[in-house]
Design a protein around this ligand. Structure first.
Ligand code: ADP
Length: 375
């Protein structure tokens, strides 16, 4: 028999994509009815025609169906009354007031922060391939290398230049094949200069990159976080309330344990956790045989623990010349490979499940309703 507590725990990991608060805290879950393996959730929406409705419903189904012994999820929607709506909006405003500081990132930009518990799991490689893949598909994409002193994005993209400033002394991102890139590696001349900057701007670097860079209109901002759980992660949640986290892990249990720490921190700093990518999951031979060289299960264990999806399992690439490390991201390489195929699939998953935020939002509509009512 599944307990209501467990159902509520899973429902608490469903976030209203626009308000950035989970649906339980928002008071949207009115009732949970549970008979055998069937669950019925009564969901209160701010307005019945909420454009986010399908997304929220799909998310509820996905989260509850992860629970063992639950095979059917039914959702009944009702519309909130005026008092409930006001309470929801107050909660959302409160959150925005607490966290937001003005940045150059449009509130409609979908911000995907890529984190990991430790270095060397492929976080920068994946950030780069995700940014390049989304940009290749026609989205306006920014790539922010928030790994301030361990930067690797310029090398991974093969960028040699330096960023410039505009007349208002704002930094201009480096434009590389339609992708806008910011990295400490594009400011400092060499490692000695980098060291000089170290004390000066370590704590302020992310803030500078968000507030003092002319990003322009972006559909996606991909942020390559430094490994672990430090100041940058905390600053991110303060500066960009719309940021969401994807955790990269490898199949080994140890790596998975460190990633758990990042995931925990995301919860404490209120960065919604979107999903897990397991990297270096397996090696696939030319005849399609697969070998789990680094063990198995790290990604799915982590995903289950937080009731979030395992977005992708990326195989080990046979990039024997290490081309990907010096400017030729796997997703752009001519040669077809299992790794390239999975990366392309991951891009489709992101476009489908995490699309750029639409103009038409529930709050937008709600504002119109209030405007009409007050006339
Ligand atoms: P992190 O940012 O987590 O420190 P990197 O992206 O720098 O990790 O990757 C570490 C090393 O692993 C790099 O040499 C990179 O090319 C390699 N790598 C990453 N992902 C894969 C993969 N799927 N297959 C093979 N090598 C990979």
């Amino acid at each position: 028999m599944v307990q209501n507590d467990l159902l509520l725990k899973h429902l608490s990991s469903v976030y209203d994509p626009e308000l950035g608060v989970n649906i339980v805290d928002l008071g949207m879950v009115k009732d949970i009815n549970h008979v055998d393996d069937k669950v019925t959730v009564k969901l209160a929406l701010t307005i019945a025609s909420c454009p986010m409705r399908n997304q929220i419903e799909a998310e509820i189904k996905r989260k509850l169906e992860l629970i063992e012994n639950i095979s059917a999820v039914n959702i009944e929607t009702v519309e909130m009354n005026q008092a409930e709506r006001t309470a929801v909006m107050e909660k959302a405003r409160q959150r925005a007031r607490e966290n937001a500081e003005p940045t150059q990132i449009d509130p409609k930009t979908r911000v995907l922060a890529i984190g990991s518990g430790k270095g060397g799991v492929g976080k920068s490689t994946l950030s780069t391939n995700i940014a390049v893949g989304l940009s290749n598909n026609g989205h306006k994409v920014g790539l922010l290398d928030a790994d301030i002193w361990g930067f690797s994005i310029p090398r991974l993209l093969g960028i040699k230049g330096r960023i410039k400033a505009n007349d208002n002394k704002q930094m201009l991102p480096f434009e590389h094949n339609n992708l806008k890139v910011i990295s400490t590696g594009l400011i400092t001349e060499d490692e000695d200069t980098a060291l000089m900057w170290r004390g000066l701007m370590l704590s302020k670097a992310l803030e500078q990159f968000l507030k003092n860079v002319e990003w322009g209109q972006l559909d996606y901002l991909i942020i390559d976080l430094p490994p672990g759980t430090g100041d940058i992660q905390m600053a991110l949640s303060r500066l960009l309330p719309q940021a969401e986290l994807i955790v990269v892990t490898t199949p080994q249990l140890m790596a998975q344990k460190v990633a758990t720490r990042v995931a925990d921190m995301a919860k404490r700093s209120f960065i919604p956790l979107l999903g897990v990518i397991e990297n270096m999951s397996y090696f696939e031979t030319n005849d399609g045989k697969t070998y789990n060289l680094f063990g198995e299960g790290g990604g799915s264990t982590l995903a289950n623990q937080f009731a979030i999806p395992l977005l992708s399992s990326i195989p080990i690439s046979e990039d024997t010349n290490n081309e990907a490390d010096v400017g030729n991201p796997l997703i752009l390489q001519d040669k077809d490979s299992p790794t390239k195929r999975e990366l392309l699939k991951l891009i489709n998953t992101i476009e489908e499940k995490l699309p750029p935020i639409q103009d038409e939002t529930c709050t937008g509509r709600l504002a119109k309703v209030f405007e009409e009512l007050s006339k």
